[in-house]
Design a protein around this ligand. Structure first.
Ligand code: PLP
Length: 365
């Protein structure tokens, strides 16, 4: 079998959950598990994070998967409903739903589906993606309150720049949210991972962390590990070939990298077909047989070339780590011009997944 494996560290998920709780001890915690638990596998993530108070999902299909995994938690459909049939599914699954647009409000008023519905009114305080205009908050609340099928109402908004630590913009969003709701009742939720860490005054009744539960960093040039989090995914494979290049010989498609001197290289069984970023340039860090090494040449669909100068003990069959506790995914992402979130979400189906229950052995341990 192909060695390419994403190992999910369940204890790291639990460690990160405790860490988040400690940062926001007064708030309830909605663990965001959209995009298949940020690529870690929705069911295993939800089970490992069963200590959360709720789960946030982006699609009805994911809400159904949480329920089928036997979890009875509050589940919040962050995107809200589009069609009448969505509302029946929301009812059948017994989940909460975000409402962010006039069209959804009109649909609810027209349909009067049987209740009870628990809704989260989303206000657009500056992200300009989803949400009602804050000036409409009272009117939306009154229209929803008038519907017999609506049982519970809560409030939420989403930060645009909490990850840049943009205090001014984030504080303006908080103020807009507070002023829009005024004295109206209902629990409030603002904070994603970055705000949980950077803006304690944003915690409110419910925090909504995603990335930090997986040990990811949202902050520029910092890894999850720097923030006291443990990476929940290791992507690894093995060397399937070792070659000795003479000076002047080139590697891979386009011959983009040429050996300046005699160089021993290894070929690892991983490529962009597995979700390793094709844009990772020569010099992107990897680990081979426990040693730091670097990518050379272009990333292929199935294979990756590595300079073994710093890993003389490496041979065919040696372990290769693409990212994990010993090599923060943020370092690979930075080299490839993206963020760790995209890399872990992008691991493809042909990669086998495994679960590790014990704490990963890591520099952070
Ligand atoms: C994805 C998402 C989150 C979680 O964001 P992180 O940066 O992963 O913590 C929170 N709230 C909403 C509405 C989201 O879509």
């Amino acid at each position: 079998m192909r060695a390419t494996t994403a190992t999910i560290h369940l204890d790291a998920l639990r460690h990160n959950l405790r860490k988040v709780r400690a940062l926001a001890p007064k708030s309830k915690l909605m663990a965001v598990v959209k995009a298949d638990g940020y690529g870690h596998g929705l069911e295993r993530v939800a089970q490992a994070l069963a200590g959360a108070d709720a789960f946030g999902v982006a699609t009805l299909a994911d809400a159904e998967r949480v329920r089928r995994a036997g979890l009875k938690h509050r589940v919040v459909l962050l995107s809200g409903f589009d069609e009448p049939s969505d509302l029946s599914a929301v009812r059948e699954l017994g989940i909460d739903c975000v409402i962010h647009h006039e069209s959804q409000l009109a649909l609810l008023e027209r349909l009067l589906p049987p209740g009870p519905l628990s809704l989260w009114i989303k206000l657009d305080t500056g992200m300009h993606r989803l949400g009602f205009d804050p000036g409409q908050a009272r009117r939306v609340w009154e229209r929803l309150r008038a519907l017999p099928q609506v049982a519970e109402l809560r409030w939420m908004t989403h930060f645009a720049c909490a990850d840049d630590g943009d205090r001014e913009r984030s504080e303006a969003q908080m103020a807009r949210f507070r002023e829009a709701i005024g004295e109206l009742p209902g629990e409030r939720s603002l904070a994603n991972s970055a705000a949980v860490q950077a803006f304690p005054m944003s915690h409110g009744d419910w925090i909504r962390p995603g990335g930090m539960l997986y040990g990811l960093s949202t902050f520029h040039r910092r890894s999850g590990r720097d923030l006291g989090l443990k990476p929940a995914m290791s992507l690894s494979t093995r060397l399937v070939s070792v070659q000795q290049l003479a000076a002047g010989e080139a590697v891979g498609y386009g011959a983009t990298w040429t050996a300046a001197q005699p160089t021993r290289i290894g070929i690892a069984a991983v490529g962009y077909g597995d979700g390793y970023p094709r844009h990772a340039p020569a010099g992107t860090p990897v680990r081979v047989a426990g040693q730091s090494a670097r990518v050379i040449g272009r990333v292929s669909m199935d294979l990756l070339a590595i300079d073994l100068a710093a890993a003389p003990a490496a041979e065919v069959g040696s372990d290769v780590l693409l990212w994990g506790p010993e090599l923060p995914v943020e370092q690979v992402a930075e080299a490839a011009g993206t963020i760790g979130y995209e890399l872990v979400c992008g691991v493809t189906r042909r990669v086998q997944f495994a679960e590790a229950r014990a704490e990963p052995v890591s520099a952070a341990a």
